[in-house]
Design a protein around this ligand. Structure first.
Ligand code: PSU
Ligand code: MN
Length: 306
C-alpha cells in the first residue's frame, strides 16, 4: 500500500493495534504551539504516563523529517517541543507539503485525526478543539478541525472549546456536520478553563456508554468523529469573569496586531497565558491530564466491543 511509504507506526503501538489493545492518540501542535518550552515537553511526557497509568498505550503523533510518525520517541517529542513555533503547524491542508519536503510538522487536531485513522486508532485526547472564531461572519475563520470531525472516524476527548472561539457557532457548525457532542457527566458545554458556559449539550455518563455510541456510529457507517467534552476538575478551574476579561483583551490585541489565519489560535493562547501569569497554563496542563485519563478508559471500553 502507498501509505506505508509515508507512515511509520512505532513497534509498541503497531502491536497494540494488532492485538486490539486500547491506544490513545495525542497531538503535537499543543506541544509546539500551545505551551512554552520546557513545560510543553514535560507535559507531553507526563500525558503519556497518565495514559499508561490508566491502562492504555499512548501514541503521540507528528511529522519527523517528512515521515508521519505515530508513537513518537522521547527524543522526537523533545525536538518538536524545543523547536516550538518554528515547527510547521500542520493541519489537513499542510500535511502533503510537510511530507513532500521532508519537514518536521506538529499536527493539529484535524491532522492528528487523519494520522490516527491511517494507523487504526479510534480515540484521541487533547486540550481543546479549534472551532468557529468570533467574528467568523466576516473573517470566515473556521478551524479545519470541525470539517475533520465531520469526516474522520476518531473520537476526540477535550475540555470543550475556549471562549476565544464563538462557542455557539461552533456547536451549530458541528450540528450541521452531524458531529455528536457529549458533555461527560454534564449537560453544559465546558469552556476549557471553566466547567460552565452558556451552552447546552447532551449528557453522557459513563465510558461504557460512550464506547457503545462510537461502536454504533461506525458500525452504521455514519462517518465522522465524536466530541467528548470533559470539564476541567473543579480544583483547577479558573474564575469565569477573569478568564472572560482576559480573552477579550487577547482578542483586542490580536485585532490590533492584524493577526490572521493559522497564527490566530497560537497568538491568543500565548496572550492568555501571559495575561494570567501562567495560571491558565497550569489549568491547561491539568485538563489535558484529565482528558488523557478519560480517553484511556474510553479506549479500554471500546476495545472490549471491537
Ligand atoms: N485550542 C487549544 N489549544 C491548542 C489548540 C487549540 O485550546 O493547542 C491547537 C490544536 O492543535 C488545534 C489547533 O487543532 O490549535 C487549531 O488551530 P486553528 O484554529 O488554526 O485550526
Ligand atoms: Mn483558522
Amino acid at each position: 500500500m502507498k501509505l506505508e511509504k509515508y507512515l511509520t507506526v512505532s513497534e509498541e503501538v503497531k502491536n497494540a493495534i494488532k492485538e486490539n489493545k486500547p491506544v490513545v492518540a495525542l497531538e503535537s501542535t499543543i506541544i509546539s504551539h500551545g505551551m512554552p518550552y520546557p513545560k510543553n515537553v514535560e507535559t507531553a511526557l507526563e500525558v503519556e504516563k497518565v495514559v499508561r497509568e490508566n491502562g492504555a498505550i499512548p501514541a503521540t503523533i507528528a511529522i519527523i523529517n517528512g515521515e508521519i510518525k505515530v508513537g513518537l520517541t522521547k527524543e522526537e517529542i523533545e525536538v518538536i517541543g524545543k523547536a516550538g513555533l518554528s515547527v510547521t503547524k500542520t493541519s489537513r491542508r499542510d500535511l502533503a507539503y510537510v511530507v513532500a519536503n521532508k519537514l518536521n510538522g506538529a499536527t493539529t487536531v484535524a491532522a492528528t485525526m487523519i494520522c490516527a485513522e491511517m494507523a487504526g486508532i479510534k480515540v484521541f485526547a487533547t486540550g481543546g478543539i479549534g472551532g468557529v472564531h468570533r467574528g467568523a461572519e466576516t473573517t470566515m475563520d473556521i478551524s479545519a478541525d470541525l470539517e475533520e470531525l465531520g469526516n474522520t472516524n476518531v473520537a476526540v476527548i477535550c475540555a470543550g472549546c475556549k471562549s476565544i472561539l464563538d462557542m455557539g457557532l461552533t456547536l451549530e457548525y458541528l450540528e450541521t456536520k452531524g458531529v455528536p457532542v457529549y458533555g461527560y457527566q454534564t449537560n453544559i458545554l465546558p469552556a476549557f478553563y471553566t466547567r460552565e458556559s452558556d451552552f447546552k449539550v447532551s449528557k453522557i455518563n459513563s465510558e461504557e456508554e460512550i464506547a457503545k455510541v462510537l461502536k454504533a456510529k461506525w458500525d452504521l457507517e455514519l462517518n465522522g468523529g465524536v466530541v467528548i467534552a470533559n470539564p476541567i476538575p473543579e480544583e483547577f478551574s479558573m474564575d469565569r469573569n477573569l478568564i472572560d476579561k482576559t480573552i477579550l483583551d487577547a482578542l483586542k490585541e490580536a485585532d490590533e496586531n492584524g493577526i490572521k489565519g493559522k497564527d490566530t489560535t497560537p497568538f491568543l493562547l500565548d496572550k492568555v497565558q501571559k495575561l494570567t501569569q501562567g495560571k491558565s497554563l497550569e489549568a491547561n496542563i491539568r485538563l489535558v491530564f484529565n482528558n488523557a485519563k478519560l480517553a484511556s478508559k474510553i479506549a479500554i471500553e471500546y476495545s472490549k466491543l471491537a
